[in-house]
Ligand binder design. Structure first.
Ligand code: CU
Length: 466
């Protein structure tokens, strides 16, 4: 029994506990095959027709991948779509050639062809995989899935749940609106949809039992929607952010999961048997119930488990701040952004002229419209980099650096009480963040806004490490 993968959503942890990790150290790793292809999904329930989607193995979310820390992943991706694609393994510190950015790290996988990815994730945690070709359309149609690297000795829980939270723009017949790359989305908040989902379902429920301890892995697979989730009377403990362990902290504040970000929570379900508890989103002006916990009539236990929830600390290279190379990175443009001119293909042009070609954002006054541009950062292996990231726009930007994690040092000049490592920090309007990382992974890496319409409209740059 190879328990590595293809665990179904329900009963996943039952399987996990029934069959101990006999092959947890299997040097042969895990072989998987995923096919990018069209499929149908019942997103909005019985009263609506199924939605035509593109998905890995034709489903949303794509087939979940679960391996154990230390195992290699061998993944063959077949393309059964009629457009080229490629797969990015979001947040994994992997060799550049496996990063899945078509046109930069590999040629796109043509229709009918396949590509073999192979790497050993150096970190345990909650990650995801998604298309990196024409991403605003391909991810928007469903080409993403969870990628879980389990700790060799995970904290004891009753269930390990993955929620891929996503957002769809559906028409009245539940079909996906075809207006990918609409001008307003490019220049404003990105493609915000009208149907938020958990694991591809709108307004579903999640059955729980009083006393149950749940590890909840939240993955934001939206094109552009950020979430801020509240869990009623529960005070969840945050145990990991962007896959990397944090010193657990309990909070009743809404938990922000920016686009492409992940948060691992530990939940002790303390509601009364038979009760219902909505999970409420409040990131934008209008709040809504994302899903509901429905307590079963029989409690699992009378009081919460009393066991350690801490994960092992991250094993990431510590940046040397005293010898770090400092880079100021300013994001400008978009609607109401005040950017007048920028460099486009090496020439200064007015934003109006640039906008005519579909681009409206710039990093340090450079529009990131191509993958063969001069890099924003060009550095030698092993160099510590200190980034001061300024958002001079009216919109939030989840800034994703490929192939690395960055240590978040300050937000608006305020140091963070505990260290936190991120790969997709959500930079709010007018906010400034300082981050640092060691450039220890050779290659050319994307650094871009993960609001996918923003990236498509120029909010991207390269980091070259030689
Ligand atoms: Cu953005």
């Amino acid at each position: 029994m190879n328990r590595r993968l293809f665990l179904q959503w329900s009963g996943a942890s039952t399987l996990f506990w029934a069959f101990p990790a006999v092959d947890a150290t299997d040097p042969s790793g895990s072989n998987i095959e995923l096919t990018a292809k069209p499929g149908k999904a019942k997103i909005v329930g019985r009263d609506f027709p199924a939605t035509d989607i593109w998905g890995f193995d034709g489903q949303i979310p794509g087939t979940p991948i679960r391996i154990t820390h230390g195992q290699a992943l061998y993944a063959t991706i077949k393309n059964a779509l009629n457009v080229p694609t490629a797969v990015h393994w979001h947040g994994i510190r992997l060799p550049n050639a496996m990063d899945g950015v078509a046109g930069l790290t590999q040629p796109a996988i043509q229709p009918g062809e396949s590509f073999h990815y192979q790497f050993t994730p150096p970190d345990s945690g909650t990650y995801w995989y998604h298309s990196h070709v024409n991403a605003y359309e391909q991810v928007g149609r469903g080409l993403s899935g969870p990628l879980i690297i389990e700790e060799k000795e995970p904290p004891v829980v009753d269930r390990d749940l993955v929620w891929m939270i996503d957002d769809w723009r559906l028409l009245d017949d539940a079909s996906i609106s075809n207006d990918f790359g609409a001008g307003h989305d490019l220049s404003h908040a990105g493609r915000i949809g009208n149907v938020p989902t958990v694991n591809g379902r709108f307004r579903d429920i999640v059955k729980v039992r009083t006393g149950e301890r749940i590890r909840l892995r939240l993955i934001n697979a939206s094109n552009a929607r950020n979430f801020a989730l509240s869990f009623g009377e529960l005070a969840p403990s945050v145990i990991a952010i962007d896959g990397q362990a944090v010193k657990p902290f309990q909070t009743k504040e809404p938990i922000v999961i920016g686009v492409a970000g992940r948060v691992d929570l530990m939940l002790d379900m303390s509601g009364d048997p038979g009760s219902i508890m909505p999970v409420v989103d409040s990131f934008y002006r209008e709040t809504f119930d994302l899903t509901k916990f429905v307590y079963e009539e029989t409690p699992l236990r009378s009081s919460a488990l009393d066991s350690v929830i801490d994960l092992a600390p991250p094993e990431l290279p510590e940046p040397d701040l005293s010898n770090a190379m400092a880079h100021e990175v300013t994001i400008a443009g978009g609607a109401m952004g005040g950017l007048r001119r920028a460099q486009f293909n090496g020439k200064w042009m007015s934003l109006r002229e640039i906008a005519r070609q579909g681009y409206v954002w710039a990093i340090n006054d450079v529009v990131g419209n191509k993958l063969d541009m001069p890099p924003l950062i060009d550095t030698k292996m092993g160099q510590s980099i200190r980034l001061t990231l300024r958002n001079q726009t009216a919109f939030p930007h989840p800034m994703h650096l490929h192939g690395h994690h960055m240590k978040l040092l300050t937000i608006d000049g305020q140091p963070l009480p505990d260290p936190r490592w991120v790969d997709s920090p959500l930079l709010l309007p007018e906010q400034t963040m300082e981050l640092a990382f060691v450039a220890d992974n050779p290659g050319e890496w994307l650094f871009h806004c993960h609001a996918l319409e923003h990236h498509a409209a120029g909010l991207g740059a390269l980091v070259r490490i030689t």
